[in-house]
Design a protein around this ligand. Structure first.
Ligand SMILES: [Zn+2]
Length: 350
């Protein structure tokens, strides 16, 4: 397609899979269920006509916590992220160094690639999100700077393994970017996050950076957000300082899309592409292809067509137990994105 279109990553898990995960089914049968769930997801993804697909994150505990699976040096009481509807998600805290991932994203990529011939993209978690697991009071014998050095190496390794194994793109999930402006309106924390993630991206060549992307959104869990009230216009100017080729930007659910598009136009750099969200993942109503087409045409008034792509506003189920959207709805929405992007192409390249 001349206007590229890509998913973010997660697809809701089936009720059977969620029950198995939450009821501590034995590891071997859970593994078999994960493999079936990934295969089912890939087949459903292929049916949407999607030129790029993901494994739907069926086997990840969440977009943020997969590297922590199986680690013994964690305590439960870390930073809490509060959502608008009153629910929260809590990160664990590191109790001891050295920090190494328990699990790398390449594992998911390799399994998906065995089961499809369509290009697979892989999401990974940001260094900035995982930096929050270091306890504010420090760890004896393991300084914060020693932790950060380990974290940068591990995040680089997570990405490099995916590139080495021919991921179509590697997308860093950076949902805490917009949230950081809520926690620190001065923007100091956001700057630190951007610098930290750039320390990872700067370990890659300019050519490799074109295969890297960043996803941002105001959070999406149980159909609720954590930072939608933060003005995008304060966030985007810093975001495009990240040294990657693709940006996957929530936009469909924004109250003033034109204002956001104008900001993107002002700050997007020549070697960067903006994949704009044309599907509102928190709204159960399925978009029509015509609605999607009109959103693309609207965006094309502000963003050069050569730098424009489409995506969904977020993953459909970033945490494994989120059942607010059904799989059927998620795939119908994805199909609307593909069909609508094609309709826009016909207009734009007529
Ligand atoms: Zn998101």
């Amino acid at each position: 397609m001349r206007i590229p279109t890509e998913p973010i990553g997660s697809i809701p898990r089936s009720p059977e899979l969620i029950t198995a995960i939450t009821s501590q089914t034995n590891a071997a049968s859970l593994q078999a269920l994960y493999q079936d769930a990934v295969k089912d997801t890939l087949v459903a993804f292929e049916k949407t006509g999607s030129p790029v697909i993901s494994d739907g994150e069926q086997a990840k505990s969440s977009f943020a916590t997969y590297p922590l699976e199986g680690l013994q040096n964690l305590a439960p009481e870390g930073m809490k992220i509060n959502f608008e509807d009153g629910h929260s998600r809590q990160l664990p805290l590191l109790t001891q160094g050295p920090f190494r991932y328990g699990n790398y994203a390449q594992k998911y990529l390799a399994f998906a690639q065995q089961s499809t011939s369509i290009p697979v993209k892989q999401a990974i978690i940001s260094a900035s999100a995982l930096s929050l697991i270091y306890p504010p009071g420090g760890i004896e014998g393991y300084t914060q700077s020693a932790f950060i050095a380990d974290l940068l190496n591990e995040c680089e390794k997570d990405i490099r393994q995916c590139l080495d194994n021919h991921a179509y793109k590697v997308q860093m999930d950076f949902t805490e970017g917009r949230l950081s402006l809520k926690l620190d309106p001065s923007g100091g924390v956001l700057k630190q996050f951007i610098e930290l993630n750039n320390q990872v991206f700067n370990r890659f060549t300019a050519e490799e950076q074109q295969k890297l992307g960043v996803h941002v959104c105001p959070g999406g869990d149980h159909d609720s957000t954590h930072s939608a009230d933060i003005d995008y216009a304060d966030f985007l100017p810093h975001l495009f300082d990240l040294n990657v080729g693709s940006f996957y930007l929530q936009l469909a659910s924004e109250p003033d899309r034109v204002k956001v598009l104008k900001t993107i136009k002002e700050y997007l750099k020549p070697n960067q592409k903006a994949f704009i969200g044309v599907i509102d993942v928190l709204n159960p109503t399925i978009e029509t292809a015509e609605q999607v087409r009109d959103r693309v045409l609207e965006a094309a008034q502000y963003i050069p067509i050569s730098q424009l792509g489409t995506t969904d506003d977020c993953g459909f189920s970033p945490f494994c137990d989120d059942v607010s959207t059904t799989r059927e709805t998620a795939f119908a929405k994805i199909k609307a994105r593909i069909d609508g992007t094609k309709l826009a192409e016909e207009k734009l390249f007529a």
